[in-house]
Design a protein around this ligand. Structure first.
Ligand code: NAD
Length: 530
């Protein structure tokens, strides 16, 4: 009997044709109420959706035959991934399907800013002919600074190089080799801000990238620089941007995305003549909509016909028996990867991730642990959901080498897992172990040996080995109402530096972190969440 697929959201005709040509029996029933969908879902092996259909735990309970859910697009917020995984249903998405489309809008905004297209159009339509007012500038020979060179950023790079722009980029999760193949020079973020004539953002919204462009950064940009954000609302401090435009420090800014969408009518940016915008239409072209439909149809067909998995976001990759034995170490591996990312992994462009297994772990299935490390690490850099299945491929695509090494000597521990993330400008090292078979501990961060719980909100501080630092940290956190649950201290063997990792009950705000950084003897402060 052929497999049956239900197309529950609008999928282009091309997508449906691909499913049928693959020998699948396809029903297209768009916009069914939840109860009707639940009543028929039991008849299908595959389900194709966009963002409208909610694939809830209740629906999945009725989906007794269902093997795969295909989401045409990136976000899978409308699918209950945990419930799907529990029921052995693979969920797939289509990362990258709209990259060209979003990149083209970005380039359109850059050109529109450089030549004042929207303002000039409005002026002519209002009966004026203001040639001098709309004198623009050439892009050729100017420097574009791209923050984030993933799927979309890398297409923007290629398009802007064709416009004869020089391109510099900042992206912690790409090797210098891979960047060179794209024709960009990786530079530290500070250098990008000061060198770029045009800045374009292409990063996901994470704790690290929220308000990436704030008042302080806006002051660092070249006078007259142009700023474009076709990525995510929240990357740019919109009030600070409005101020920079009003003061004439920036030449112009273009947003496709806002912190609140739609922006309120009295939003200060909407009053600025140097500001242009679009209503979050980055991915809205016929071609992109069709591309993601074609991609998901191909993936569904390949899975149902041949069991081939592509872009799965929820595959359990470890056999159940191994899971029981390895469970606490898998969890530790993910936490170490995540901690390395939040400690600034791969300074200056990630080159290599090395996972070292020592003691009892040297005989464990390393691939599963490595995949978990990579997932923990990469989830901080990549927009699409990262899992053990796609993480190794993401590393390959970005020219990041992944190595595994066994060693017999676990130092003072029964087992020791070490993650080293090397970049052009140094290395981040974290090690951990599991106490009593279920208590994960971080026992090393770079040169420091400690005993810390990798759990919840953390404040991580490097300082001079001087008296009073910990007291000051405690008082400053206390004044801000942030309770410290646990402090782990360490110092370098030669006492050239000291280190504290504080488990706190609430996240430290960016302002609080700034205050901590100004305390005497404090060298650096980071917040992390595990
Ligand atoms: P991607 O995951 O392929 O690339 C993101 C890149 O950002 C990665 O290479 C990552 O290493 C880098 N990155 C992560 N954190 C960083 C940091 N702190 N500093 C510098 N670089 C960092 O994602 P993508 O598909 O290229 O999407 C890029 C952005 O575009 C996302 O925010 C996505 O939501 C947005 N997007 C917008 C629209 C729209 O309609 N305007 C449509 C699709 C995607």
């Amino acid at each position: 009997m052929p497999h049956r697929v239900l197309v529950a959201d609008d999928l282009s005709a091309e997508g449906v044709r691909i499913l049928r040509e693959a020998g699948l029996e396809v029903d297209v029933k768009v916009g069914l109420p939840a109860a009707e969908l639940a009543a028929i879902i039991g008849d299908y092996d595959g389900l194709a959706v966009r963002s409208a259909t909610k694939v809830t735990a209740q629906l999945l309970e009725r989906a007794t035959r269902l093997k795969v859910v295909g989401r045409a697009g990136v976000g899978v917020d409308n699918v209950d991934l945990e419930a799907a995984t529990r029921r052995g249903v693979v969920v797939m998405n289509t990362p990258g399907g709209s990259s060209v489309t979003v990149a083209e809008l970005t380039v359109a905004h850059v050109l529109a800013l450089a030549r004042h297209l929207p303002q000039a159009t409005a002026s002519v339509k209002a009966g004026r002919w203001e040639k001098r007012r709309f004198q623009g500038r050439e892009l050729a020979g100017k420097t574009l600074g791209v923050v984030g060179i993933g799927n979309i950023g890398s297409v923007v790079v290629a398009r802007c190089r064709a416009l004869e722009m020089d391109v510099v980029a900042y992206d912690p999760f790409i090797s210098a080799d891979a960047a060179a193949r794209l024709g960009v020079t990786l530079v530290p973020l500070e250098e990008l801000w000061s060198r770029a004539d045009v800045v374009s953002l292409h990063v996901p919204l994470t704790e690290q990238t929220r308000n990436l462009v704030d008042a302080a950064v806006l002051r660092k940009l070249k006078p007259g620089a142009l700023l474009v954000n076709c990525a995510r609302g929240g990357l740019v401090d919109e009030a600070a941007l409005a101020e920079a435009l009003a003061e004439g420090r920036l030449g112009g800014a273009a947003l496709d995305v806002f912190e609140r969408e739609p922006p309120p009518p009295d939003h200060p940016l909407l009053k600025s003549d140097r500001f242009i915008c679009t209503p979050h239409i980055g991915a809205s072209t016929e071609e992109a909509q069709s591309a993601v439909a074609v991609a998901i149809a191909g993936q569904l067909a390949a899975y149902l016909a041949r069991g081939e998995v592509k872009n799965a976001v929820n595959l359990p990759s470890v056999p159940v028996e191994a899971l029981e034995r390895l469970g606490p170490y898998l969890d530790l591996a993910g936490r170490l990867g995540s901690l390395a990312a939040q400690l600034g992994a791969g300074p200056g462009g990630m080159e290599e991730v090395k996972v070292e297994f020592a003691g009892e772990l040297s005989g464990a299935p390393q691939r599963a642990l490595t995949a978990r490390v990579l997932r923990g690490l990469f989830q901080h850099f990549v927009e699409a959901p990262v899992n053990e299945v796609n993480a190794p491929g993401l590393a390959r695509e970005r020219g990041v080498a992944v190595r595994e090494e066994r060693s017999a000597d676990p130092e003072d521990y029964v087992s020791l897992l070490t993650v080293r993330v090397r970049g052009e400008r140094g290395e981040v090292v974290v090690s951990g172990t599991v106490f009593g078979r279920k208590e994960p501990r971080v026992v090393r961060v770079n040169q420091f040996r400690l005993n810390a719980e990798p759990e919840g909100h953390l404040v991580i501080c490097e300082n001079d080995d001087a008296p009073g630092v910990v007291g000051n940290l405690g008082v400053t956190l206390g004044d801000a109402g942030v309770n410290i649950a646990r402090i782990s201290l360490a110092r370098a063997d030669d006492r050239s530096a000291a280190f504290s990792l504080l488990n706190v009950d609430a996240p430290a705000t960016p302002e609080l972190l700034e205050r901590l950084r100004t305390l005497p003897h404090v060298r650096s402060v980071r917040a992390a969440r595990l």
